[in-house]
Design a protein. Structure first.
Length: 261
């Protein structure tokens, strides 16, 4: 019961935070609007357009099952930033000191925090990605899939994209917790999201072992330059999370509560 109470407290803190609602607005409201714009662009150029017929296209249009997932790439940035902020927030304004007045069992508190960010990210990610994909196909009308049934491939990639967002957000959270500063996970992960990860993976053999490059293997569609290899991508990200979690757990349970007076 003690763990349940601490977890409930962590969920309450997360839901009542300003960052949570900002991220919620971006990925639940703004991202689906980008799905509508993507659908409008597809309708304007035709679903069978290619770079040969439309030189302004950077890559071929993917099969129908993959429509909406380009718009869903938008959400990975705000949700990863949210993870870093959540990890570092306990060390601001002596929040951790206040939290430990409620529960001084550090191992229990660490597990509650990790479970809270994990479940929250899965829920927000899945809802956001599904709505984005569904609205894209609603806008396509008879040319698109049924927005509620979709297809087996579309559901599979909703799962892959949710998993990618979740793993990257948990990693960002752990890095923020380790360094007690949200800037570190942002400096490490945000440039990778802005194509640096893909660039390093192409130019440097070890670059594909960076977190975002590994995540790209999970969500790669048939028209991407990098291969779709979810097993490889998941294993690499799990290794990053495993070692980060060990360091974060040791730091959280053994160090002081932080803060300057």
């Amino acid at each position: 019961m003690s763990f349940v109470k601490v977890t409930y407290s962590e969920f309450s803190k997360l839901i009542n935070s300003r960052g949570c609602w900002i991220v919620f607005g971006l990925v639940i409201v703004l991202q689906p609007l980008l799905g509508l714009l993507e659908a409008d662009q597809l309708l304007s150029i035709g679903l069978d357009a290619t770079p040969a017929t439309h030189p302004d296209l950077l890559e071929a249009i993917p099969p129908l099952d993959y429509f909406g997932f380009d718009a869903a790439l938008f959400g990975v940035l705000p949700i990863v930033i949210w993870g870093g902020i959540s990890g570092a927030s306990e060390y601001k304004n002596h929040n951790l000191r206040t939290t430990m007045l409620y529960s001084n069992k550090r191992k229990e508190l660490f597990n509650a925090k990790l479970l809270t960010i994990l479940i929250s990210t899965i829920l927000v990610s899945f809802i956001s990605i599904f709505i984005t994909v569904a609205i894209t196909h609603v806008r396509l009308g008879s040319l698109g899939l049924n927005p509620f049934i979709l297809s087996l491939t579309a559901w599979k990639f909703i799962g892959y994209t949710t998993l990618d967002w979740t793993l990257l957000t948990v990693l960002s959270f752990l890095i923020g917790l380790i360094f007690r500063n949200m800037i570190v996970p942002l400096i490490f992960l945000v440039p990778q999201i802005y194509n640096l990860g893909s660039y390093l993976a192409e130019k440097w053999s070890w670059g594909e072992y960076l977190p975002v490059a590994a995540g790209n293997h999970i969500v790669a569609t048939p028209v991407k330059s990098y291969s779709h290899d979810p097993v490889k991508g998941i294993l690499i990200l799990l290794l990053w999370i495993f070692f980060s979690m060990l360091i974060a757990f040791y730091s959280f349970t053994r160090s002081d509560v932080g803060g300057k007076y």
